[in-house]
Write a protein that binds this ligand. Structure first.
Ligand code: CAA
Length: 280
């Protein structure tokens, strides 16, 4: 395994590209347009600078990492990749379109992984002629800091594929867990309903600070569920809950009406400046 192709350079894609390069892989990041690619490369540069300022990574690593990353707007530039990690927005039709194209363009031996946090790996792999080589590699945000990598196998994913991505994940410094291909996999299946429950508490009139402090000090969580929801993005949280709700057809995953209202009002959390807390 030498070359990794990362599709998408948003928050997740750029983090995945950085940890891949740090692990010694040659990385090509693909975006739809030059403008998006430019934005993604800037994001990576800023993240790298901030990781060095915080002494999470060392100055010496910076040049090495940066030299290993290339940007492109053409999937063909990664056709000799050994592994592709897709990190485009969480919409099944987007992901399926990307995988259909990847299957045509990328060499037949390559593993095609999705960073989806809730969509079906079977449905993504099903549009390719190599579903045995399609797997979930679910990284957690912020990717350079979070230690976990959740590996998701569908009914069609081969053991060989799973073993290969496990080794790559470990080379990236991540600890892996293995999860079955059901909505929310393992971590989000537990975490996301907890955040939803915290939103119900706000709707009932409790103060966000009180709820967060409760979970921080009473359950030893590093940060409370509402602050975390603001960081993750309330739009992303709502989408993940809807995937659980639809996937299991179970009312226990029903998104809290307040969460829906906040998203409708454009209060997505930190990225829009307002969520349960203000970031202005
Ligand atoms: N998503 C996006 N950004 C995050 C984030 C997250 N989950 N968690 C932290 N950040 C960002 C913060 O916004 C902050 O950004 P700025 O530097 O631009 O202000 C930066 O990371 C540092 O955060 P802190 O101020 O908290 O710094 P710290 O060094 O004290 O702690 C940390 C860093 C250990 C990562 C801590 O923030 C933390 O524990 N965060 C929670 C991480 C987490 O639980 N991630 C899993 C999310 S679950 C998920 O993603 C669900 C899903 O798929 C739908």
């Amino acid at each position: 395994m030498e070359k990794i192709l990362v599709i998408g350079s948003g928050l997740m894609g750029s983090g995945i590209a950085l940890v891949s390069a740090k692990a010694g892989f040659d990385v090509t990041v693909v975006e739809r347009s030059q403008a998006d690619l430019h934005q993604g490369m800037e994001r990576m540069k800023n993240t790298l600078t901030s990781l060095i300022q915080k002494e999470t990574w060392t100055k010496g690593e910076k040049e090495l990492i940066w030299d290993r990353i290339q940007g492109s707007t053409m999937l063909e530039s990664g056709k000799d990749a050994h592994l592709v990690i897709e990190a485009v927005p969480e919409k099944l039709s987007f992901k399926q379109a990307v995988f259909r194209e990847l299957d045509q363009v990328i060499n037949k031996e390559a593993i095609l992984a999705s960073n989806t946090s809730s969509l079906s790996i079977a449905a993504i792999g099903g549009v390719t002629e190599r579903p045995d080589k399609v797997v979930g590699m679910h990284f957690f945000s912020p990717v350079p800091v979070m230690k976990l990598l959740e590996l998701v196998y569908s009914l069609s994913t081969s053991d060989e594929t799973l073993q290969k991505v496990k080794l790559i994940g470990e080379k990236m410094g991540k600890t892996t867990i293995i999860a079955k291909d059901f909505p929310g996999f393992t971590v989000n299946r537990v975490l996301v309903p907890m955040m939803n429950e915290a939103v119900y508490l706000v709707m009932e009139g409790n103060e966000p600070e009180q709820i967060d402090r409760g979970l921080e000090l009473g359950a030893n969580h590093p940060l409370g569920p509402l602050r975390l929801a603001d960081y993750v993005g309330l739009d992303v949280l709502l989408f993940t809950l809807e995937s659980l709700y639809e996937g299991f057809n179970d009312s226990k995953y029903r998104p809290c009406p307040l969460l829906r209202r906040m998203v409708e009002a454009g209060r997505f959390g930190k990225k829009t400046g307002q969520g349960f807390y203000s970031y202005k």
